[in-house]
Design a protein around this ligand. Structure first.
Ligand code: PLP
Length: 424
């Protein structure tokens, strides 16, 4: 009898518990389905068409993905061992906020030799991709509403980061970069009651593949010294230069007013490693380390170890040469195709993209339709600046077949776009 009572009690308790749990779930559902009503200072959405296109492209099958800045090649095989080695060596803890010292030493040697920038480990910070370095430096120099000059067109990361950290951007056509234009911008900003704090030089550029010549770099340094401005030299694509060698601005007159940003992502086709680094004046590096420690303490230790081994083993050769061969071949295909069809493109001097003009399109609508009807994903020009509404960016770091097929499908849609089928 007692046993019976006990089991009835247990059944009742269980029923009560289930009932309470359901009530709790329903009430939570009701609370959350109403949506958050508080004011959010960062909007919970991406405002780039390329993000919308990527999300859709990834959920569909058989899409030719030419929209994203990733090389199709697989990173060098040796890297697999580096991960295991890192784990065995106990690279499983936080590192110094500036990054692991062994990696910073490897970076010091790399930038001294390859970039001819004469720095020491105190001038170096390792970050989670070049993106975090740009984020921290924008915040540090212009997070109070200061202005930063960016190229037009330019990588959407700069405007996105500036909006997030409270900085403002001012665009100058990249072909117009020079002392006089910077001075004009400086005065324009002053007239608005603002302050100019930085100039971004991205070379080879995303999306145009533009490379600044050393004369322009000297003018940028002169201006930065005269007006106490920081040059943010984004050299993410340093290894993909089609003619001659990459020249780092920091090699010209030192790094007094220069912060150079580099990344493992593009050189080694390894965007997922999320290791980048910046080289610059010690006070800026220390301020960036403060930002970093309060964001995620340090970049992942094991990934830093892998990056160190990659740099020490000089894995960029012959890997980069192979990629460059493919890029040059694909660029020729794209160029021939563009001119055969009387379209227009910027002749890239480096990088991994082709920036193409299709007169008469509205790039975001074209890109969405292209994905829907032809299963090709591209980045619409408008993401790189509102002036570029009839331009598109495609990556040329894909297989030859994907480039040829992608272009032919773009052509098909464009033909329908400018000459809609007759409805008579
Ligand atoms: C111009 C430029 N800079 C920086 C980055 C950031 O790359 P990551 O954060 O992967 O190093 C990118 C990525 O596409 C880029 O295009």
């Amino acid at each position: 009898m007692e046993n019976n009572n006990y089991s009835t009690f247990r059944s009742l308790s269980f029923l009560m518990f289930s009932y309470k749990l359901s009530c709790y779930k329903i009430s939570r559902f009701l609370i959350f389905s109403k949506g958050v009503t508080m004011k959010l200072l960062v909007e919970p959405r991406f405002d780039l068409y390329v993000d919308i296109i990527t999300a859709r492209a990834k959920s569909e099958e058989n899409v030719i993905q030419l929209q994203w800045g990733e090389l199709a090649a697989k990173p060098p095989e040796e890297i697999v061992e580096f991960f295991l080695e890192g784990y065995r060596k106990g690279k499983i803890r936080y590192t110094a906020p500036q990054g692991d010292i062994e990696l910073r030493e490897a970076i010091r040697d790399k930038v001294r030799k390859k970039n001819r920038i004469n720095v020491d480990v105190d001038n170096i910070i390792v970050t989670v991709g070049g993106t975090a370095a740009i984020n921290f430096v924008f915040r540090i120099i212009a997070g109070d509403g200061g202005y930063i000059i960016i190229q037009d067109p330019s990588w959407f990361g700069y405007t996105g980061i500036a909006n997030y950290v409270g900085a403002r951007t001012m665009r100058i056509l990249e072909i117009k970069y020079g002392y006089e234009e910077f001075k004009k911008a400086y005065e324009e900003v002053r007239a608005k009651g603002g302050e100019l704090r930085g100039i971004v030089l991205n070379y080879p550029a995303n999306p145009t593949g533009y490379v600044f010549d050393t004369e322009i770099m000297r003018e940028a340094i002169d201006f930065a010294e005269d007006y106490d401005i920081l040059i943010i030299s984004d050299e993410a694509y340093e290894d993909y230069v089609f003619e001659g060698e990459h020249t780092s601005i920091g090699s010209i007159r030192g790094i007094n007013n220069v912060l150079s940003v580099f990344t493992i992502s593009k050189t080694y086709a390894f965007t997922g490693l999320r290791i980048g680094y910046a080289v610059g004046p010690e006070e800026i590096i220390n301020a960036m380390a403060t930002a970093q420690v309060h964001t995620y303490i340090s970049p992942p230790a094991i990934n830093q170890y892998v990056a160190m081994r990659i740099l020490r083993e000089n894995l960029d050769r012959p890997f980069v040469e192979e990629n460059l061969k493919l890029l040059r071949k694909n660029l020729k295909i794209v160029r021939d195709f563009v001119y055969e069809n009387s379209w227009e493109m910027v002749e890239p001097k480096g990088g991994i993209y082709a920036f193409i003009r299709l007169p008469g399109i509205k790039s975001q609508n074209f890109a969405l339709k292209l994905l829907e009807e032809e299963k090709v994903a591209i980045a619409p020009g408008v993401d790189f600046g509102e002036k570029w509404t009839d331009w598109i960016r495609i990556t040329i770091a894909k297989s030859e077949e994907e480039i040829v097929e992608g272009l032919s499908r773009i052509k098909k849609l464009y033909a329908r776009w400018i000459k809609p089928p007759c409805t008579c």
